[in-house]
Design a protein around this ligand. Sequence first.
Ligand code: ASP
Length: 343
Amino acid sequence: MTNKPSILLVYTGGTIGMIKDYKTNALKAFDFDQILDKIPELQQLNCNISTISFEEPIDSSNMNTKYYIKIAEIIAENYIKFDGFVVLTGSDTMSYVSSAISFMFENLKKPVIFTGSQLPIGDLRTDAKENLITSIEIASAREKGEPIIKEVGLYFEYKLYRANRTTKINAEQFEAFASMNYPPLAESGVHLHFNKHLLLQPKNSEEELIFRKNLINDVVVLKLFPGITQKVVQAIVNIPNLKGIVLETYGAGNAPTEAWFLDLLDKTIKKGVHIVNVTQCAGGSVLLGLYETSTNLKKIGIINGKNITTETAIAKMMYLLGENLSKEEFKHYFELSLRGEIN
Ligand code: ASP
């Protein structure tokens, strides 16, 4: 019997799981079942670690909703048995998948920490070890017998972020992620410092975990640019079976005021397609009605994405589309913070 927290490490793929064969210089997949032998430092952590790996690890460019469900099922099936979860994916789509998982679990009371790395775990200068070790520490961190983190986080390069606030901002630097509209939940330096006032607390501690896996992916991102033509917008809004559009507008939610553009959006909303206004800016918020260029969007019933990221808007759309909501309910829930993703 041991009081040490037990942590489940879920390896799905990505650079972190690669090891260099120094004789041939080639990168090859690392067997995560042997992780404790390969990274003996992990044995110094005050927790018991178990691992589950995808049979065929994937590059995160191949991530899709079937894999979201597979990851979420692994967590759901092991939820009672473990105190915390660390999910390793490639960093390229980590913000999308971790956001989706944040919506799929309601009343989460245990930490689910996503991490990865820019260099393979077997590389001499790797960032993988720090990311992995600190993520496990965060997933095991407890206070008065309770986990400190009770939400889905993303840890990279000394910072823990709320996963559904993140964006990958750099393809080369170790500091690959940013959370422009919400401060880090924890920072790792000499001490591991949790910003406790920023953490999500379950609304009702008695409520059981609810796992929802009905994701609908008939969605599209329409990014505006000066000179966008009617033909292009028309082709997008007429995609067969389309259910939702994440419209990336300018600045504080502004879009062209030309009649053809507004008419197309108006007809599309009337057809039952949900359109959410998010800003192309990395930080800041949509403020519908601040400028004349967004007043019309408000009038036709566009959903205000406020300061949600595009990655999270897509994840939230897939999740809410699976909930069979009326048009009004969909707008209501989209504009509401469900997992701390918007304010
Ligand atoms: N292409 C890799 C992936 O996202 C990059 C990484 O692991 O960071 O799977």
